[in-house]
Design a protein around this ligand. Structure first.
Ligand SMILES: *[C@@H]1O[C@H](CO)[C@@H](O)[C@H](O)[C@H]1NC(C)=O
Ligand SMILES: *[C@@H]1O[C@H](CO)[C@@H](O)[C@H](O)[C@H]1NC(C)=O
Ligand SMILES: *[C@@H]1O[C@H](CO)[C@@H](O)[C@H](O)[C@H]1NC(C)=O
Length: 305
């Protein structure tokens, strides 16, 4: 055999090897959301109130729907702390699966709730009998999602990430109205598209989902964790003791709340704040209308379907 032939065979083997690695690294359901590398190496092991297990007997499949960046992972963490029951997801995020959420990709009644960020119309959401909708104000949700895309579930993007300009192709004439010197940044474009998506995401869920909905405001969860958790557990018909709730609250910080905030730096402009207020108020109006129609006071009561 010639050397050249051996060389070609060796090259093919090496290429095949790397294709397999690349293929295996490609997370199953995460293509749309684009998970960045996860800086988990130095993450401490999660300290659980009690060992985690499946729900037995299984319950109805309950969704935990939220727009990306709204604290879905944190709420799952708190629910697992309070109940000792695993939470599932329509996604398989390998980082989460390895760090506290072994039931990623589980979507049946053996888990307490099933995470989704999908808009309502996708097939994955047809499995839910009822759903919790976790809503965070759009400013913080958009910022958290930007952080996640840059740093993963527990980091904060550096200031430079908010200043990067988008490179334009020559002859791009779309920007005629804007001053020639202003180049749009990646951040500005992200905020604009996320604002539109935030509004339509919430409106669609409230308009279309047919089962019982329990609305949870992230801000209320932060301020009054015990009451909000108890309301959620009532909604999904799962009893816990006061001491179990106390344990969850003692562990509330966990690792899934971003502690580090950029000090003296606000990436949002006045113009963005005006727009954020507008979309927030429109969604709040839709929620008020929904609650009115369903006699839902937002407090402790559950409806049976
Ligand atoms: C994810 O869940 C689906 C459906 O239950 C299953 O077929 C698939 O094997 C799971 N994937 C992994 C990697 O566990
Ligand atoms: C939950 O608590 C209620 C009232 O305290 C009780 O009647 C019910 O039997 C409990 N359910 C379970 C499954 O423990
Ligand atoms: C809401 O409450 C009112 C009065 O209490 C009642 O007449 C109405 O039927 C209720 N509507 C629903 C959808 O439960």
């Amino acid at each position: 055999m010639s050397r050249r032939f051996l060389f070609v065979v060796a090259a093919c083997v090496v290429m095949l090897y790397f294709s397999i690695i690349l293929f295996m690294l490609n997370p199953l359901h995460s293509a749309r959301l684009g998970y960045p590398p996860i800086p988990y190496r130095n993450v401490p092991i999660v300290d659980w109130c009690k060992p985690l297990q499946r729900r037995s007997p299984p319950g109805d499949v309950v969704g935990l729907a939220s727009f990306p960046g709204s604290g879905n992972t944190w709420l799952r963490y708190l629910l697992q702390q309070a109940t000792g029951i695993l939470t599932g997801s329509v996604y398989l995020d390998p980082g989460l699966r390895m760090h506290g959420f072994p039931a990623e990709n589980v979507t049946d009644g053996s888990v307490l709730v099933v995470k989704t960020h999908e808009t309502l119309h996708t097939y994955r959401n047809s499995i839910f009998k009822s759903t919790i909708i976790l809503i965070r104000n759009p400013r913080d949700a958009i910022l958290a999602e930007y952080n996640r895309r840059h740093m993963g579930h527990i980091g904060t993007a550096p200031k430079s990430a908010f200043k990067k300009k988008i490179r334009r192709k020559e002859g791009d004439g779309i920007e005629k109205n804007k001053s020639k010197t202003h180049k749009e940044t990646e951040w500005e474009r992200f905020v604009a598209s996320q604002m539109t998506a935030w509004e339509s995401w919430h409106k669609a869920w409230l308009a279309v989902f047919r089962g019982p909905i329990h609305i949870v405001f992230y801000e209320a969860l932060v301020k009054d964790t015990r009451r909000v958790l108890r309301d959620i557990l009532n909604f999904i018909n799962y009893n816990v003791t006061e001491s179990a709730l106390t344990c969850a609250i003692t562990h509330r910080e966990g690792i899934y709340r971003r502690r580090k905030k950029l000090k003296d730096f606000d990436p949002f402009t006045d113009e963005m704040y005006v727009q954020l207020d507008i979309i927030k108020n429109r969604v709040l109006a839709v929620i008020a209308e929904y609650r009115n129609k369903h006699n839902d006071t937002g407090s402790r009561r559950r409806r049976r379907s």
